[in-house]
Design a protein around this ligand. Structure first.
Ligand SMILES: *Cc1c(COP(=O)(O)O)cnc(C)c1O
Length: 486
């Protein structure tokens, strides 16, 4: 009998499929072992052209397709797997995490709930993360795509808790008073976006001034709350920071825990990268008080180096966490046995119904390295930030722009004090940054400190060596000297 025609999408020859897999793994391992290949470089027209190509009616076959894909992705990386990449706040990835992702994709579970290893794995990972950050075991949590969604989920739980069931039944329409959310002027834009998405309108967000350390001013916060109560608005929530995006500042978390309790406000913390300082005994005290918040957002793809994308949100009270999300439906009713036996239903804890086995790459990263080594990578970055700060302070041409609390250093070229200062320091430093990036020396990014343009290094990179910061400082000085003269 002739073979029946096949209608599925599986490989025809599993031996060939395995060989393709091996070759691909060899290839990415070679790529990652080659430092120069991982450097960011500007995209040429030729490189862009390669991404044209119209919709294929007929496939290329597995081998040609994957070969082409590997060429494309490894030829123009964003650069964050290179030791001198410190832009935005970008983690540098782990090999084990990448392989974990392969396993997750191949087993292809929908980790929304139900009886499966994917759900148990996420529960274990959440347990580990709670232990790592000093949260009680009963804390509720869920893996999400990143800090932005984690902020939204934590803040939604807080808003629902403060407003009560009217939030679900009536929504915000007809609330007698305007709810108000407080945060500092240093907040990441995802906080403002969460306020907008929650339907409160941006007028419900009060950004409070910061002190010299760039942490929120408690006196100003108390004043703002009192003023809002006076004027019949409704203070509901404070969003605190363990590591602001601009300068890595940490709010006085312990005092905010006390203030929120006194004022009966929900306390959410954005600890996107800073929360991970709790991983190392050398840096843990810089985020003390964190374990007292009502909800916490943090990333795993930044300072834990799990491949993108992975973040997490904790909510102290499990019922409060579920309240904004849970809805019953006939097709998800729990049964006594079988696939639909009651388990954690992660889809009740966030925005996603269908979910990947995100836990696999987190599990692989933590299980392979252990928290001592991961914590040491965090502490090393903090020491490197202090090293860069010293280099900047020791230079007669560089200026530190903000205090260094954790792993973020903001500075700029200002020229020698005894020589006339270059006219437009903002423009000059923009040019310096672009040249640094395009020449391939290093990739910091930028921000503004009190309106002035600054070079900014956010060091969440397990591959950076101390010498890399010396290379950076020397390059900024010499590019600055040359361009200031021109
Ligand atoms: C990165 C970051 C976010 C957003 O996290 P994503 O993972 O990019 O969504 C929020 N807050 C701070 C302080 C951050 O650094």
């Amino acid at each position: 009998m002739a073979d029946a025609p096949r209608y599925d999408l599986d490989p025809v020859d599993w031996d060939a499929a395995r060989r393709l897999g091996h070759e691909l793994v060899d290839r990415v391992a070679r790529h990652l072992a080659h430092e120069e290949a991982r450097r960011w470089r500007p995209l040429s027209e030729g490189a862009r052209a390669r991404f044209a190509g119209s919709l294929p009616r007929e496939g290329l076959g597995a081998y040609a397709a994957l070969e082409e894909l590997a060429d494309r992705l490894t030829s123009h990386p964003i650069g964050n797997t290179h030791p001198r990449f410190w832009a935005l706040v970008t983690g540098s990835g782990t090999w084990e995490g990448a392989l974990g992702e392969l396993l997750a994709a191949a087993t292809n579970a929908n980790a929304n709930g139900g009886q499966s290893a994917a759900v148990l794995l996420e529960e274990q990972v959440l347990g580990w993360l709670k232990e790592m950050l000093g949260f009680p075991e009963r804390t509720s949590g869920v893996l999400v795509s990143g800090g932005s969604v984690a902020n939204l989920v934590g803040m939604l739980a807080g808003l629902r808790q403060q407003l009560g069931p009217v939030w679900g039944d009536e929504g915000l329409v007809g609330l007698p008073r305007r709810p108000v959310v407080y945060t500092s002027t240093e907040a990441h834009f995802s906080v403002g976006r969460a306020v907008r998405l929650m339907g409160l309108g941006e007028r419900s967000l009060r950004t409070v001034a910061v002190d010299d350390s760039r942490g929120v001013r408690l006196d100003a916060l108390r004043e703002a709350i009192a003023e809002d109560r006076e004027e019949e608005r409704w203070p509901v929530m404070v969003v605190a920071h363990a590591g602001t995006v601009g300068t890595g500042a940490v709010d006085d978390l312990q005092s905010l825990v006390d203030l929120a309790a006194e004022e009966e406000l929900w306390l959410h913390a954005d600890g996107a990268f800073g929360a991970l300082a709790a991983l190392s005994p050398a840096t843990r005290d810089r985020v003390s008080g964190l374990e007292g918040v009502d909800s916490l957002a943090f990333d795993l793809h930044k300072w834990l180096h799990v491949p993108y994308d992975a973040g997490c949100v904790f909510v102290r009270d499990a019922e409060v966490h579920r309240a904004p999300f849970v809805l019953e439906a006939d097709y998800v009713e729990d049964l006594e046995g079988g696939l639909a036996q009651k388990t954690t239903r992660f889809s009740d804890l966030g925005l996603q119904q269908s979910r990947s086995t995100r836990a696999a790459k987190v599990w692989a990263t933590i299980a392979a390295h252990g928290t001592d080594r991961l914590g040491e990578a965090v502490a090393r970055n903090v020491r490197q930030a202090a090293h860069l700060e010293r280099l900047v302070r020791a230079s007669d041409r560089l200026q530190l722009m903000a205090p260094v609390t954790l792993n973020v250093v903001c500075f700029r070229y200002v020229g020698r004090r005894d020589v006339q200062a270059p006219a437009d320091l903002d423009a000059l430093n923009r040019q310096i940054l672009v040249e640094l990036q395009e020449s391939g020396v290093a990739v910091p990014s930028h921000t503004r400190i009190d309106g002035r343009f600054a070079l900014r290094c956010a060091i969440t990179n397990h591959r950076s060596r101390d010498e890399d910061f010396e290379v950076l400082a020397v390059a900024v000085e010499s590019i600055g000297d040359r361009r200031a003269k021109a």
